[in-house]
Ligand binder design. Structure first.
Ligand code: CAA
Length: 398
């Protein structure tokens, strides 16, 4: 008998502060309606220098490892998906191996394909388990990123930061997947990229929207051919660079199902909106975006969705994409209540535009300044600075 594989537990980490996008609109002389209604964005997380991609990843993973029913000693694979690497050679996963005390026998590495890196990690983990190579062990898949565009650019209101950690194993307690029924779609395009010497991404914004829509058409068509109407989707989670993109994506795939725009819009509140609440708090978190949408959905509706399927669309600029379905496992509702998925959004600080600009102004030197753990919160990991050119981290005592 085939054994189910999928997400057993989930946790995410958010920087301690955010910028309200109405404040940004006012500062940029843009009508607030353009950001709030036109782009569908509300807040974007702003990372302080000590909240780097490694620290965010460690904080998300600690929530999973210190949560109910997880045995750290049984982790045999740790894959980190990121497009905000901190080093051209040493992967974020190697830092995490030390910070989290993972077993010496674990395989650890990083994957990159823009926002798709986490999904690449998830499918590697699913295949590793399904093939038997895991020998009963679990995988930790972590998506971590800081989305930065130039100040005053069109992309500025679609920034964000955060990390999502997924524990993947046999007989999962949250969502199971069927890796043989996942459809990929790829093309060589220049919609979004980040040259090696830059912290800020370059983007051809309107082209990127079109590339995303072409990719979802290709991947969704592939998925419907593979599943031949056998899988009914109760909900749909999309990669969410900004809320309006999820609406555009939904209209696009529902048109392939034969729905008019008005009919697709009528399904949006039920099928998609519950997954957008947490992305609206953090903004675009790149690799983790789809999984933050899933966390948002599970937090709102896991109990009532048990036994039902959720569509997932992952998009990585450049580009590659995947459409796949997951089934919410019986008992997921009770586990989600224990996971306290909304906790990282509590007690956050609202930065002024001046504070946000000051943080961004320090980007160029942030990595080279020794600062200790800064104002990191109790129990959190922080990037403290360089020692003999090597990155150092500390965990603030709880
Ligand atoms: N009130 C209400 N709505 C308004 C408005 C107002 N006063 N003014 C404008 N709008 C609407 C516009 O009609 C438009 O709506 P539609 O998209 O439905 O047509 C919307 O607000 C945006 O307006 P513009 O297209 O004029 O916005 P823009 O040119 O300033 O830039 C953007 C929009 C291209 C998305 C830009 O924010 C950007 O480059 N973002 C980064 C790239 C990105 O996120 N791409 C997404 C696909 S790629 C991907 O998903 C990978 C990834 O993570 C990056």
């Amino acid at each position: 008998m085939k054994i189910a594989v999928g997400i057993d537990s989930l946790g995410f980490a958010a920087p301690q502060g955010f910028l309200d996008l109405v404040d940004l609109a006012e500062a940029r002389g843009v009508p607030a309606g353009k950001y709030v209604d036109g782009l569908g964005v509300r807040r974007m997380a702003v990372a302080q220098p000590w909240e780097d991609p490694v620290a965010l990843a460690a904080n998300a993973a600690a929530r999973v490892l210190e949560g109910p029913g997880v045995d750290r000693e049984r982790i045999g694979l740790c894959v980190v998906g990121s497009e905000t690497a901190v080093d051209h050679s040493k992967p974020i996963a190697a830092f995490l191996h030390g910070l989290l005390g993972l077993p010496a026998q674990a395989r650890v590495y990083e994957t990159k394909h823009a926002c798709f890196g986490g999904t690449a990690g998830l499918f590697t983990a699913l295949d590793w388990i399904a093939s038997g190579s895991a020998r009963g062990r679990a995988a930790l898949v972590i998506c971590t990123d800081i989305a930065r565009y130039a100040l005053r650019s069109a992309g500025e209101p679609t920034q964000g930061a955060g990390a999502v950690a997924l524990l993947v194993r046999e007989r999962p307690r949250l969502v199971s997947f069927e890796p043989t029924e996942s459809a990929s779609w790829s093309r060589d395009v220049d919609d979004f990229w980040r040259p090696l010497d830059r912290k800020e991404a370059l983007v051809d914004g309107h082209l990127s929207v079109q590339c995303y829509l072409d990719a979802i058409s290709g991947a969704y068509r592939g998925w419907t051919e593979l599943t031949r109407g056998k899988v009914a989707l109760a909900r749909r989670c999309y990669h969410v660079p900004y809320g309006k993109m999820a609406l555009k994506a939904h209209r696009h795939v529902r048109a392939l199902d034969g729905l008019s725009e008005a009919e697709a819009d009528a399904t949006f509140a039920r099928e998609v909106a519950p997954s957008l609440a947490m992305p609206a708090e953090l903004g675009n978190i790149y690799t983790g975006s789809l999984y933050l949408a899933l966390a948002s959905l599970l937090r709102a509706e896991a109990a009532s969705l048990e036994g039902q399927h959720v569509g997932h669309f992952s998009y990585g600029s450049g580009c590659t994409a995947e459409f796949f379905a997951g089934r919410v496992v019986e008992g997921a509702g009770a586990l989600c209540a224990l996971l306290e998925l909304g906790q990282p959004l509590e007690h956050r600080k609202r930065y002024t535009v001046a504070e946000y600009e000051a943080i961004r102004g320090g980007d160029a030197t942030a990595d080279r300044t020794w600062r200790g753990s800064g104002a990191a919160r109790p129990g959190e990991f922080a990037f403290v600075g360089l020692e003999k050119e090597a990155r150092r981290y500390q965990r603030v005592p709880k």
